[in-house]
Design a protein around this ligand. Structure first.
Ligand SMILES: NC(=O)c1ccc[n+]([C@@H]2O[C@H](COP(=O)([O-])OP(=O)(O)OC[C@H]3O[C@@H](n4cnc5c(N)ncnc54)[C@H](OP(=O)(O)O)[C@@H]3O)[C@@H](O)[C@H]2O)c1
Length: 307
């Protein structure tokens, strides 16, 4: 199969590439400036209509995993125009070309389409985003739905994994690095989500595509946790000092964040349990799997501080 992945340098895109490549499929890895390590690199800034058209023509994919997005929530708030260009217009170009070449579309969306007042959101709960990032991703969802192509809209939540991607750390690596250095960190006790291991998410997404599912589906980790609970679970899994994780309330940290965050954006995953054999992982199991992944490649382990 010919698989195109937009955002193939990212936390999720890199895992999807890795799995398809290992299974012997032809992976076309979309990027903006640094060619990804896995797959045939396809330079494709999704805000450039012509580049998107040429990218699709060159690889003629059977399926596209559209992972590329402006994902920094505060940066989206600071620059709504850029967020719109990447998340909305970029998605419309990708969907248009997918339709033209007749390929299946798997679009990755977010728990941030909800306002977080309720938690345990189901696929048919009404979205009500409270920041620019969430609004642009919801607009993109609607473009995918309106395309008429058989497509998946997979909403996920707080992705974490064993390696930095696209030049950024994820929350789990940030916690690990700080605790390994003996640094105290603050973590919120009043913001809930379902942390999702990138390997588990990639496997669920691929199975969703293989089964020919179409529509919206929540694909996320099986445990609802606050950021504080998540950080403590990381410390416990890696044998680090959990007393260095200091509980904090959103009200103490709000002034440092440009965008509002939903207080409880946890997702109900019953639909994925019904349609997939791949199980969403409990948080402690996912962290243990991430530890095994890091131990198999010692370069991934956060370094001891240098004297
Ligand atoms: N991370 C989370 O916690 C989370 C939670 C819910 C949903 N999601 C969604 O899941 C998807 C994957 O997220 P992620 O965490 O893997 O993302 P990520 O690590 O932040 O990577 C984002 C990717 O988007 C690409 N990108 C950005 N602007 C682009 C442009 N103009 N043209 C082409 N590519 C562009 C980047 O490519 P280059 O590096 O080549 O520039 C990068 O590979 C996103 O759609 C995101 O909205 C993420």
């Amino acid at each position: 199969m010919r698989v195109l992945i937009t955002g193939a340098n990212g936390l999720l895109g890199s895992k999807i590439s890795e799995i398809y490549d290992r299974r012997g499929h032809v992976v076309y890895a979309g990027f903006t400036s640094v060619p990804p390590a896995i797959g045939k690199p396809v330079q494709m800034d999704i805000t450039d209509k012509v580049m998107v058209r040429e990218g699709f023509e060159d690889c003629s994919p059977d399926i596209v995993y559209h992972c590329a997005a402006a994902t920094n929530v505060d940066a989206c708030e600071a620059d709504p125009q850029l967020a719109k260009e990447v998340n909305v217009e970029g998605t419309s170009y990708v969907v248009h070309e997918a339709k033209r070449v007749g390929c299946q579309v798997i679009f990755i969306s977010t728990d941030y389409v909800f306002d977080g007042q309720q938690g345990h959101y189901r696929e048919d709960d009404p979205p009500n985003p409270i920041n620019v990032y969430g609004r642009t991703k919801l607009e993109a969802e609607r473009i995918v739905l309106a395309s008429g192509r058989p497509s998946v809209i997979a909403r996920t939540s707080v992705i974490f994994g064993a390696t930095p991607s696209s030049g950024k750390q994820n929350f789990a690596l940030w916690v690990l690095e700080n605790l390994r250095r003996g640094k105290r960190i603050q973590a919120l006790t009043d913001r809930y989500a379902c942390p999702t291991y990138n390997q588990n998410l990639a496997e669920m997404l691929i199975e969703t595509a293989e089964r020919g599912f179409a529509g919206i589906c929540h694909l996320c980790g099986a445990t609802r946790a606050s950021r504080y609970e998540f950080a403590v679970a990381i410390a416990e899994t890696f044998g680090l000092d959990k007393s260095m994780v200091v509980p904090a309330a959103s009200s103490e940290m709000e002034s440092r964040m440009k965008a509002k965050r939903p207080p409880d954006s946890s997702l109900d995953n019953c639909k994925s349990l019904r349609i997939l054999r791949t199980r969403p992982m409990e948080l402690m199991d996912a962290l243990s799997a991430m530890k095994v992944e890091m131990e198999a490649n010692p370069l991934m382990l956060p370094k001891e501080p240098q004297e």
